[in-house]
Design a binder for this molecule. Structure first.
Ligand code: NAD
Length: 496
């Protein structure tokens, strides 16, 4: 997609009946050209259109919500090759990785939501204090209205669709704004979503900064943003003008603590797997290793062996190794290569946007590679003398999106749990907490605010309304009405 952008509208509009939304048709071959988006309509008109659809109540029935989720699921299953090809074009993702981390991941999220949605939406009875009896209290989960989902380029399918699953499951209308830096995936989403989802309730707006800025001028009922903290601040500022709540899924430096007593070969394989997946362009990837005591030298050798085992002696030739998203990020990353002794990797090719899986040792904690989120296949190892020093290192910095630890010690696990703060904490495995639908996914402090996945997605995209109901027939409130005589006050105080 070039600078031209727009809200994609299906050529043949599906029927307006809420329960008759069509499902995906496996007609287009993977290489079929996608339709050119229509001329960009006014974002205000798009939001007004979705608001009007929301006001009709069409998105509220459970049946509508399930129909949307099933249609999205069918799309992902039937057009898997189309989306895998787009992810290959944008990021050089292998089809297996694309399935594991994007397409299949989203299908799992949909299945989990479909399985539990009716229960999650059920009103919850709440006990009423004696002073108010007889009365009934309950909470009712209501949709917010029209929400905006702004997604980044690194998992351009998953990070657009997983929030959308929550938005639809909660009964909202949604505008999806994919990242312009993953143009093939953006075009595929703009082409397909309005064809399979209710086009009165879902719009895809393609484009970059100007289009997103124009969208953010509109009043949404929730803004869900995934990306970097600088833009997160812009999003939050724009949303504040309308008092719109935001979810910010941001990034930062996620450490991997490694203790000498751990199985270092296994730890190295897990760290290499989490780090070099998607060529290191994963928000929850281990950003750097904190090697405690003498774990460092042994770990260096094990990491080099793990990279060799996974990607061969020429990772450039591996079908399973991705590419850097663009030249700007390539140049940023290659500038970091001098910040330590190269244990493995370091090779690069700007024309192919290839940067080898790279491990750096003897890294100065104050060097540039340790000052910014790396977000690429460069793994620095910083040595610290003991667990106290590791905890001090972590807590002196921004709260990470994830903290990983590879240790055989229960005491270390307990201390890291109690003495550090991060979006998530995982022992023995990086990245995988995302795929546990019952775990909240989100950051804290600089790594973000709010969360989603599974039930939390439905909570994020809905309002928990308090409903209290007291019969008028028996006016037990008489006691609370003025005038407050001494006798009434005495009784009231006893009831409270
Ligand atoms: P990006 O450049 O694709 O930007 C994200 C979105 O913000 C895009 O849709 C883009 O169009 C929009 N945008 C960019 N500049 C804008 C502006 N000035 N005003 C309004 N909108 C603007 O992606 P990115 O930010 O480079 O993504 C990488 C960052 O995201 C990393 O920090 C990474 O850790 C983080 N991330 C976090 C998660 C998570 O779930 N917590 C997931 C993926 C990435």
């Amino acid at each position: 997609m070039n600078a031209s952008s727009g809200v994609s509208t299906p050529t043949a509009a599906p029927t307006a009946a809420p329960t008759a939304t069509p499902t995906a048709t496996p007609t287009a071959p993977p290489t079929a050209p996608l339709s050119t988006p229509a001329a960009a309509p006014d974002p205000a008109a798009t939001v007004a259109r979705l608001n009007a659809a929301f006001a009709t109540g069409r998105t509220r029935p459970l049946a509508w919500r399930k129909t949307q989720l099933r249609a999205l699921r069918s799309l992902l299953v039937e057009q898997e090759e189309v989306f895998a090809a787009a992810l290959k074009a944008d990021l050089g993702k292998s089809p297996t990785e694309a399935y594991l981390t994007e397409i299949g991941f989203t299908v799992n999220e949909i299945d989990h939501t479909l399985r539990h949605l009716a229960r999650w939406l059920r009103p919850r009875r709440v006990p009423v204090p004696l002073a108010l009896a007889p009365a009934r209290a309950r909470t009712v989960r209501e949709p917010l209205g029209t929400v905006l989902v702004i997604s980044p380029w690194n998992y351009p399918l998953q990070l657009a669709l997983a929030p959308l699953v929550g938005a639809l499951a909660a009964g909202n209308c949604a505008v999806v704004k994919p990242s312009e830096l993953a143009p093939a995936t953006s075009a595929a989403l703009a082409h397909w979503l309005p064809r399979v989802l209710d086009p009165q309730a879902v719009a895809v707006v393609e484009g970059g900064v100007p289009e997103t800025t124009a969208l953010l001028e509109q009043r949404f009922d929730h803004v869900f943003y995934t990306g970097n903290g600088t833009v997160g601040r812009i999003v939050m500022t724009a949303a504040a003008r309308h008092l719109t709540p935001v979810t910010l899924e941001l990034g930062g430096k996620s450490p991997a603590v490694v203790e000498p007593g751990a199985d270092l070969a296994a730890a190295a394989r897990r760290i290499a797997w989490g780090k070099f997946m998607n060529a290191g362009q994963t928000c929850v990837a281990p950003d750097y290793v904190l090697a405690i005591g003498d774990a460092g030298p042994a770990l260096e050798a094990e990491l080099a062996a793990a990279v060799l085992e996974m990607y061969g002696d020429d990772p450039a030739a591996s079908e399973d190794y991705g590419r850097i998203v663009n030249e700007r990020h390539f140049d940023r990353l290659t500038a970091l290569l001098a910040d330590g002794r190269t244990v493995t990797g370091g090779g690069h090719d700007r024309a192919a946007r290839y940067l080898a899986p790279t491990v750096l040792a003897d890294v100065d904690p104050e060097s540039p590679v340790m000052r910014e989120e790396i977000f690429g296949p460069v793994l620095p190892i910083v040595r610290v003398p003991d667990l106290d020093a590791a905890i001090a290192f972590i807590t002196a910095r921004d709260k990470p999106l994830a903290l990983y630890a590879f240790t055989a010690s229960a005491q270390t696990r307990r201390r890291l749990t109690a003495e550090t703060s991060s979006g998530a904490l995982a022992f023995g495995i990086p990245n995988a907490h995302l795929s546990v639908p019952g775990l909240p996914f989100g950051g804290v402090g600089e790594s973000g605010q709010g969360g989603y996945h599974g039930r939390l997605s439905v909570e994020t995209f809905s309002h928990t309304k308090a409903v209290l109901s007291k019969p008028l027939a028996l006016d037990t409130l008489r006691l609370a009405y003025p005038p407050f005589t001494a006798a009434r006050t005495r009784l009231l105080r006893r009831f409270m």
